[in-house]
Design a protein around this ligand. Structure first.
Ligand code: GTP
Ligand code: MG
Length: 189
C-alpha cells in the first residue's frame, strides 16, 4: 500500500504525569485503540495493556506506532527535573509536541507552566507553527481539575502562533487518547 508519512513527535511534561502510560496505550501491541485486533494479537495486547509495570523513564525512550495515515516516531522523554535539559535537543527534528499534565497535581501546576513557557519560548520552537497537543491526564482522579481549569492555569489561550488542542484523558483506561491523536493527525496530514 501507500507509504505512510513519517512524523517525529516529542512527548513532554513533568515526571509522573503519565507520558509513558499514554504512549504505551498507542503502541503496536495496543493498536486495538485504532480498531479491532486480530485474535493472534489479543494475548499480547492483554499482557501489554497492564500498566503496573511502567517505571519512571530514565533519559528517554523511542517508540513507534501507526495511525491510519501516519507513521509516528515518539520521543518519550523523562519528566524528572534532572533530565529535562535533554528535551531541547529534540526540538529541531520534531514535527509535533504532546504535552502531558497530571490534572490532579495542583501543587506542581506552576512548574508545568514554567516548563511549557520555556518550551514555547525556545528558539527552535517559538518561530515554528508546530501543533501542540495537551493531555489533561488522570481525569479519573477525584481531585482532578477540569480541562477548563487546566487550560486557564497554563494560559493556553495565549498561544496564538501554533495550533493547539487539549483533551481530558485517562491513560490507564486509554480514554481520550484517540481524540487527541486524531486531532494531531489532521494537523500534520
Ligand atoms: P516520567 O517517565 O517519570 O517522566 O513519568 P511519566 O510521565 O512517563 O508517567 P508514567 O506514565 O510513568 O505514569 C506515572 C504514574 O501515573 C503511573 O503509576 C501510572 O499508572 C499513573 N497514571 C498514568 N496515567 C494515569 C491516569 O490517567 N489516571 C491515573 N489514576 N493514574 C495514571
Ligand atoms: Mg515516562
Amino acid at each position: 500500500g501507500l507509504k505512510k508519512k513519517e512524523v517525529n513527535v516529542l512527548c513532554l511534561g513533568l515526571d509522573n504525569s503519565g507520558k509513558t502510560t499514554i504512549i504505551n496505550q498507542l503502541k503496536p501491541s495496543n493498536q486495538s485503540l485504532f480498531g479491532p485486533l486480530s485474535d493472534d494479537w489479543k494475548h499480547v495486547s492483554q499482557v501489554k495493556t497492564q500498566t503496573q509495570d511502567i517505571v519512571p523513564t530514565i533519559g528517554f525512550n523511542i517508540e513507534k506506532f501507526k495511525s491510519s495515515s501516519l507513521s509516528f516516531t515518539v520521543f518519550d522523554m523523562s519528566g524528572q527535573s534532572r533530565y529535562r535539559n535533554l528535551w531541547e535537543h529534540y526540538y529541531k527534528e520534531s514535527h509535533a509536541i504532546i504535552f502531558v499534565i497530571d490534572s490532579g497535581d495542583k501543587l506542581r501546576m506552576v512548574v508545568a507552566k514554567e516548563e511549557l513557557d520555556t518550551l514555547l519560548n525556545h528558539q527552535d520552537i517559538c518561530s515554528r507553527r508546530l501543533p501542540v497537543l495537551f493531555f489533561a491526564n488522570k481525569s479519573d482522579l477525584r481531585e482532578a481539575m477540569s480541562l477548563v481549569k487546566v487550560s486557564q492555569l497554563l494560559c493556553l489561550e495565549n498561544i496564538k502562533d501554533k495550533p493547539w488542542h487539549i483533551c481530558a484523558s485517562n491513560a490507564v483506561k486509554g480514554e481520550g487518547l484517540l481524540e487527541g491523536v486524531d486531532w494531531l493527525q489532521e494537523q500534520i496530514a
